[in-house]
Ligand binder design. Structure first.
Ligand code: F0G
Length: 463
C-alpha cells in the first residue's frame, strides 16, 4: 500500500478562494473527497471562484500579453500565464510545469480550399510537451496533488492521459500508476509512460473498465486520481480557449470543433468560454461542437435519443483508440456547454476520419486519428448548413501525429481497412496514400522513382 498524506492536507486547507460546486445539486464545498464526487448526490464537481469575475478584462488582457516576454517559470507556461482564472496553489513551489501550452494556431490553406471555408484554423494541442492537450490540465492537477502531499497519482487512460500524468508525476517527484486497456492503446503512448517511470498495468478490459476500477481504487488506497473527473484538470484545459482567443485578438470565432471521448476537454473549453463571456473578455460565444467516432458515439446518441437527459452508453469500437470510450464520465458537463453555446454534436465514420487525418498531414502539421474527426465533422456540419462557409472555424487538434504511427503506417500501406467491413469503400482513399518504396540502392532506381512520382503528381504545373 503506498504511503501518502490524506486528502485533508489538500487544497481544502490552503487559503484558496476557490470552491467545489456540484454540477447536479449545486452544493458548494471547500474540499473534495478522493473520488471528486459530490458528498450529497454523487455527481461531478467543478471549480468556481468568486474572485474571477471581479477582474478587469482589459487589464487581464494586457497582463497576460506582457507575461509572454517574461522569463519566470510561471509566465513561461502557457497555462499558468492565465493564473488569474485558475485555482492557484498556496505556494509557487508546488507548481509542476513543463512549459505546457503556448501551442500554435495554424491556418489550413489546403483544407480551406477543399471545404470552401477561408477562415479555417487548427489549434494544435499536440504541440504540448508530451504531445497532447492533456498537459494543460495535468500541470494544474499534478500541482494540487503535490501540494496535498500525495506520493502516488493514478489514472485510467486510452494513452495520452497516462503519458502526460507519468511525465508530470516524474517532474513533481511523485510515483504514478497507470491503468490502460490491454492491446488497445498505441505503443507510442505506452512507451512514454514507461520512459517517464510509471507503474503501468495493462488490464484485460476496455477504457471504461479501467476507469471503473480506478474509481474504486481511490476510495480504498491513498492515491490521487488524475482523470478528467478531477476538476483541477479541466481548469488547466480551460487555457486552450483563453490562449486561442488571445491569438485571435479576442475576436471570437463562430465555431470551435473538438473531438469527444470522455468529454472532459469539451467541458473545459465550454466552461472557459462561459467564464470569458461573464467577465467581459469576449462579447459573444462561439458555438462549441463535439465530434465523435461512429463506433464510440455515446454523446451523439445521448442527445438524439434522450435530448441530453440520460446517458446512452455504447460498446465502443474505433481505430481512433484515444476516443474508444463508451461511457463518458463528463457527459453531463458536455451536454450543458453544448446547449449553452448552441453547438452541434456529430459522428464520423472510420473512412471519413482516415481521409481527414491524411488531409491534415498534407498540410505539413499532422495529428493523431482522434483529432482528425474535427475536420471530418466540419465537412458534415457544412453539408448540414450548421456551419456557413463565411464563418470562422477553429478545429482543436488534440494529439501529435507521432502518437499513433501504426495507424499512419497501416493507412499509407493500404492495410488500415484490410479484412474489415470498410475494405471496399476504402479504395477511394488511394489517392491520399504515400506508401514507402523499397528499392535497390542504386542511383537509377531512385531517379526512376522520382520521375514516376513527378509524372503522376496531380499538383504538377508547367508554370
Ligand atoms: N483526442 C485525444 C488525442 C485524446 O487522447 C482524447 C482523450 C480525446 C481527444 C478526447 O478528449 O476525453 O476530454 O473528450 N483521451 C483520454 C486519455 C481519454 O486517456 O488519454 P476527452
Amino acid at each position: 500500500m503506498p504511503s501518502s498524506t490524506t486528502s485533508e492536507k489538500g487544497s481544502a486547507s490552503s487559503p484558496a478562494t476557490f470552491r467545489f460546486r456540484c454540477i447536479g445539486c449545486a452544493s458548494i464545498a471547500g474540499s473534495a473527497a478522493q473520488d471528486f464526487r459530490c458528498a450529497q448526490c454523487g455527481n461531478l464537481l467543478e471549480i468556481t471562484d468568486s474572485s474571477w469575475n471581479s477582474q478587469n478584462p482589459a487589464a487581464l488582457k494586457s497582463l497576460w500579453r506582457e507575461r509572454r516576454s517574461l522569463n519566470e517559470a510561471l509566465d513561461l507556461s502557457g497555462v499558468w500565464r492565465f493564473r488569474e482564472l485558475l485555482p492557484v496553489p498556496a505556494s509557487e513551489e508546488h507548481v509542476v510545469t513543463l512549459r505546457e501550452g503556448n501551442t500554435p494556431l495554424y491556418e489550413l490553406p489546403q483544407s480551406s480550399r477543399n471545404t470552401g471555408v477561408p477562415r479555417l484554423y487548427a489549434k494544435h494541442q499536440g504541440m504540448n510537451p508530451t504531445g497532447s492537450f492533456k498537459d494543460a490540465g495535468m500541470t494544474v492537477a499534478a500541482t494540487f496533488a503535490r501540494q496535498a502531499g500525495y506520493r502516488w497519482v493514478a489514472c485510467a487512460s486510452t494513452g495520452n492521459t497516462s503519458a502526460s500524468m507519468a511525465a508530470y508525476a516524474a517532474r513533481g517527484g511523485m510515483r504514478s500508476l497507470v491503468l490502460v486497456p490491454e492491446g488497445k492503446i498505441s505503443w507510442s503512448k505506452l512507451s512514454q509512460a514507461l520512459d517517464y517511470g510509471a507503474l503501468t498495468c495493462q488490464l484485460r478490459t476496455d477504457f471504461d473498465g479501467c476507469l471503473r476500477l480506478l474509481q474504486e481504487l481511490v476510495r480504498r488506497a491513498p492515491v490521487y486520481q488524475l482523470n478528467s473527473i478531477n476538476p483541477f484538470r479541466l481548469e488547466g484545459q480551460k487555457t486552450l480557449a483563453l490562449e486561442l482567443l488571445e491569438q485571435l485578438e479576442w475576436e471570437p470565432p463562430d465555431h470551435i470543433i473538438v473531438p469527444g471521448g470522455n468529454l472532459g476537454n469539451s467541458s473545459a473549453i465550454g466552461k472557459a468560454l462561459l467564464e470569458m463571456l461573464e467577465i467581459g473578455l469576449i462579447s459573444r460565444l462561439p458555438k462549441l461542437s463535439v465530434i465523435q467516432a461512429e463506433g464510440a458515439n455515446a454523446l451523439v446518441r445521448t442527445l438524439r435519443e434522450t435530448g441530453g437527459k440520460n446517458l446512452v452508453s455504447v460498446q465502443a469500437e474505433t481505430r481512433a483508440t484515444a476516443i474508444r470510450i463508451g461511457n463518458p464520465a463528463s457527459w453531463e458537463k458536455a451536454v450543458k456547454v453544448l446547449q449553452a453555446t448552441g453547438g452541434a454534436c456529430e459522428q464520423v465514420s472510420e473512412i471519413e476520419m482516415a481521409q481527414a487525418k491524411a488531409e491534415i498531414g498534407a498540410e505539413g502539421i499532422g495529428c493523431e486519428p482522434a483529432s482528425a474527426v474535427t475536420l471530418a465533422g466540419l465537412k458534415k456540419l457544412l453539408q448540414q448548413g450548421f456551419v456557413k462557409p463565411q464563418e470562422t472555424v477553429v478545429l482543436v487538434l488534440t494529439g501529435n501525429l507521432l502518437k499513433d504511427p501504426d495507424f499512419t503506417m497501416d493507412f499509407h500501406r493500404g492495410e488500415l481497412f484490410k479484412d474489415t467491413a470498410h475494405e471496399r469503400e476504402s479504395a477511394k482513399l488511394n489517392s491520399f496514400r504515400h506508401p514507402p518504396a523499397v528499392l535497390d540502392a542504386t542511383l537509377e532506381a531512385v531517379i526512376k522513382t522520382l520521375e514516376q512520382a513527378e509524372k503522376s503528381d496531380p499538383t504538377q504545373t508547367n508554370g
